[in-house]
Design a protein around this ligand. Structure first.
Ligand code: SF4
Ligand code: SF4
Length: 368
């Protein structure tokens, strides 16, 4: 006789899920069309129907350890064909947002990120206090050099400490997720972690799984440009540090320098990628789907990060001091937002998705 299991629905979880974009979850009548059309769904664990049932029953703990919610690439092929308008693609997206919220350490940071005004007010106050402490609450005279406003060491110390804190918080969250994956899904490994991890990273770099989307196939280009834009900007930061400490080349660096070319191309990649993503979200593709406020907030913040970054450079080149320094200040607010809130924003997807796919490869359940 099968083991009897008593399910205790978490009503608050269902309520919260509806608030973050999963309001259609109760419409599902479990016809399984979504699991049939989903290009990522394997026969032995068909999703997203299983997640729709679990969400309707408020099975929070099982859902938050479910690698399949990260396997989903939000292509919305399922939402296109769902006969009930239950928008399973959006419900899975809401589950991921809920997961990031629940798994965040410290939890209050996740609440801050959900309030964009507060999330931006914090860097404003911190940067303002730093300027005040350095006695730089004025527009510097002469040639525009941003290190005359915020010194290089101030930026390094401030952002270095913030990156360390955000990184530590993110690593703890990822380790917790890995523990949940193992405890609820088993450890019958067929592949070593290192091999599975490298394979997953190669797939990410090529965006292989995105090519399976049908209804939302054009998402791939925008996503890739944003991804490589961030990678490029990270390399730029390392490059500038190398220039400063090893080559003793200080800012402002000539526009003809290869580092500048690289930095500007990376920023453009980010900007074009995010514009494609916005266009994609606004385009009517005849799919019943809705972008959540969690996703929109992130998209707008990244757009503003790219725009203020480019304006900071253009206004400096135009020599408008009164505008250049305030623009740099605003840009740093968005840099702060991106880095410090990384573990609590949509960017946190990267690590969780990597671990989920790595885990499936290790237990021999990857579909590709
Ligand atoms: S989400 Fe839609 S397609 Fe999927 S099982 Fe429910 S009703 Fe059917
Ligand atoms: S959004 Fe796409 S990948 Fe995700 S469950 Fe639906 S069909 Fe599958």
């Amino acid at each position: 006789m099968p083991e009897e299991r008593v399910l205790s629905p978490d009503i608050n979880f269902i309520r919260d899920l509806k608030k973050v974009g999963g309001e259609t979850v109760k419409k599902c009548y479990q016809c399984a069309t979504c699991a049939v059309v989903c290009p990522m769904s394997p026969d032995e664990r068909p999703f997203p129907r299983k997640e729709m049932i679990m969400a309707q029953l408020g099975q929070k703990e099982s859902l938050l350890a479910d690698p399949d919610i990260w396997y989903c690439h939000n292509c919305n092929d399922c939402s296109k064909y769902c006969p009930r308008g239950a928008r399973p693609g959006d419900v899975l997206s809401a589950l991921r947002a809920k997961f990031i919220n629940e798994n965040a350490i410290p939890s209050f940071m996740a609440k801050i990120v959900r309030n964009p005004i507060l999330a931006l007010a914090i860097p404003f106050v911190i940067l303002f206090l730093v300027l005040a402490a350095e006695g730089h609450l004025h527009i510097p005279e002469g040639k525009i050099v941003y290190s005359h406003f915020f010194s290089i060491h101030t930026i390094e110390n401030l952002f270095g400490a913030l990156v360390a804190l955000a990184g530590l918080s993110y690593i703890i969250s990822l380790v917790r997720f890995w523990g949940k994956l193992k405890s609820l899904n088993g450890t019958d490994y067929k592949m070593k972690f290192g091999d599975a991890f490298v394979e997953t990273i190669v797939e990410f770099l090529k965006h292989t799984k995105f090519t399976k989307c049908e209804a939302n196939a054009d998402r791939k280009n925008g996503h890739m440009l944003v991804f490589y834009g961030f990678v490029g900007l990270f390399i730029t930061t390392c490059w500038i540090t190398f220039y400063y400490y090893v080559m003793k080349i200080h800012s402002p660096i000539s526009l003809a320098d290869p580092m500048k070319w690289w930095a500007n191309l990376s920023a453009l990649s980010l900007l074009v990628g995010i514009l494609i993503i916005i266009g994609n979200h606004m385009k009517d593709k005849g799919i019943n789907t809705k972008t959540s406020s969690f996703d929109w907030t992130f998209i707008i913040m990244i757009l503003l990060l790219a725009i203020t970054g480019l304006l900071t450079e253009l206004i400096r080149l135009a020599g408008i001091r009164q505008l250049a320094y305030p623009m740099y200040f605003v840009h740093l607010m968005f840099v702060f937002y991106t880095i410090v809130y990384f573990p609590y924003s949509k960017l946190a997807h990267m690590g969780y998705r990597t671990l989920a796919i790595t885990y499936y490869k290790m237990v021999g359940k990857d579909v590709m």
